[in-house]
Design a protein around this ligand. Sequence first.
Ligand SMILES: [Mn+2]
Length: 434
Amino acid sequence: MLEEVYKERRERLLEKMELGVAVIANARPQTRSNDTEFPYRPNSDFYYLTGFEEDNSILVLVKGSEKNHTVLFVQSKVPEMELWTGKRLGVEASQTRFEVDAVYSVDDFDKEMRLLMAEQKVLYFDLFSEDLVYTQLKKMAQEMLHVRSVSISPRTFSDIIKLTQEMRLIKSSDEVAEIKEALAITEKAHHHAMKVCKPEMDEYVLQAEYEYIFKKEGAYSDAYTTIIAGGNNANTLHYIKNDTTLKSGDLVLVDAGCERNFYASDITRTYPVNGTFTQEQKELYEMVLAVQLKIIKAIKPQGSKKVLQALSERLLTEGMVQLGILEGHVKTLMDEKAHKKYYPHGIGHWMGIDVHDPCPYNDENGEELLFAEGMVLTIEPGIYLPKEDEDLPEKYRGIGIRIEDDILVTKSGCENLSNSIAKSVAEIEAMCKN
Ligand SMILES: [Mn+2]
């Protein structure tokens, strides 16, 4: 994205702030073991406001009564360090690249920050983060209380994340384009995997097929750990061990999506390991699919997640009664929450730079936020029928199905951004046979 996109976001954030100073630090590298690290990924809010991928960087926004001031702290270039960990942009090049008022070395953070905080009453940062930068900030603010030359120093702490997360709820067309690019790769991966999946393959090998396509097609990472759940493993919702051998006659539930340019995709498909659904699998699958399609149809501006949740619970309960999974009246079963045993999760979540975008679901007064153009959410109904559950008809035991797509709320309704990933029984069986 262009630098002015990030600049415009910073300006919008400044508009939402009261007079004061805001500090947003980038993520720290995370240790994997001893002295090795996980691949680095920037903090989502920091990235949203800067587009900068280097660790050891901090953004500071000062909202003044007359004018605003934006400052970026970056790691300065140290040749001996660059030999080991790669080139850094450094202070000078950052000054040219970023449309901020000043760039300093992060080594000067303490010194410069005291100047930026002086005469400010409100200090914004991520109040819930335990990052050292914020601990350091609080310490500075406390020390400044005792500096006689400073007449005002921040005594009010406010949550910057609340403001950025409100902004991130509505995606710009540039952001939707990024999500679409991620989805194009995720589509290739699902289609490729449907083709190569076969009985006696280990789940982690199928996982590797997905990750191979992600990287080959230009997505550096998955957006979350891939779930490859063969047969009864699908009934463990967050199954990520992926270490069982896939069996002919079973379904495999795959929840896999790549991250591209730090935008997520999140797709679940459930397909037969040997390429052909059994009669029972087909009955269950088509029931869940019909529910998913109806829910997607119901998405439009002024709609809400609560309404979709209720709809999904009612439709799935009806479906389960029709198939003999639950017995009784739909309304009574729902009052008793009988359906929750087999559909225990939510219908979906916001998605964007984070796979579960941490945007608000309710407004200031606790009222649910209604859908509006530019929001992106997943729709993922599922039904989970454990092997050991003797209340279930025997023929359905050990089957778990989830179908998940990524949906953009549009002006008049919605667009299923992942519509072209094989989903009907016929489409899936055709793809598996290729
Ligand atoms: Mn999801």
